[in-house]
Ligand binder design. Structure first.
Ligand SMILES: CC(C)(COP(=O)(O)OP(=O)(O)OC[C@H]1O[C@@H](n2cnc3c(N)ncnc32)[C@H](O)[C@@H]1OP(=O)(O)O)[C@@H](O)C(=O)NCCC(=O)NCCS
Length: 173
């Protein structure tokens, strides 16, 4: 399939796009973190901190066709001894859900993580009721490792969290 997206570093103005995703309950309900009410000023600071002070790899997912920023993909908790990192992804612009963009972006990030950063294991934590994410990670080659019981508190209930991972040798095969 022809490549439709590219990854790029954040720019200072990206907060103007990401603030809407941050405050979208449908998006935040699917993520592991706490739902927060985020001001524009706080989102701006988050983008600035990411650009200037973070050792995580946090990138914007953009359409080649028109440069539209539709989501973000990250590698965090990078451990240079064990060569591991945690991956995170969101397609914040919901008009682009279900069209294969997340898979395409994650595969580009995995390529960067394994081939350019020398990582060996990349893992993800996925809420057990997030069917789209579970399927998408499986499609990208992640395998289920286990389940963290009641690891996330969301909407008044404790949810199990599935741990999935992919190894360098599996990706390169
Ligand atoms: C999860 C998310 C990243 C998926 O992005 P996407 O671009 O829609 O995913 P893709 O189109 O690449 O889908 C990949 C696979 O998942 C399947 N899928 C997508 N949405 C689905 C849904 N709601 N239920 C079941 N499967 C679904 C697709 O059909 C596809 O599988 P297929 O090719 O076998 O049909 C996106 O929905 C999102 O950003 N959600 C909010 C944030 C989030 O959940 N992030 C992940 C946290 S772990």
């Amino acid at each position: 399939m022809q490549t439709r997206i590219y990854l790029r570093a954040f720019e200072l103005d990206d907060y103007k796009t990401t603030i809407a995703w941050r405050n979208d309950k449908e998006v935040s309900d699917k993520l592991g973190g706490m739902r927060l009410y985020v001001s524009e000023a706080r989102e701006k600071k988050w983008i600035e901190d990411t650009i200037f002070h973070s050792s995580d790899i946090k990138l914007a997912i953009c359409l080649i066709q028109n440069n539209l920023h539709i989501g973000n993909v990250y590698l965090t908790d990078i451990n240079n001894v064990n060569r591991t990192a945690e991956s995170h992804i969101l397609i914040g612009n919901k008009d682009y859900w279900g069209q294969g963009y997340a898979c395409e972006a994650l595969l580009q990030m995995l390529h960067y993580g394994f081939e350019e950063r020398g990582l060996n294991r990349i893992y993800a934590h996925i809420n057990i009721d997030n069917e789209a994410s579970l399927r998408m990670h499986e499609k990208c080659g992640y395998k289920q490792e286990g389940v963290l019981r009641q690891a996330v508190f969301k909407n008044g209930t404790f949810k199990d969290v599935v741990v999935m991972s992919i190894l360098s040798k599996e990706f390169l095969k």
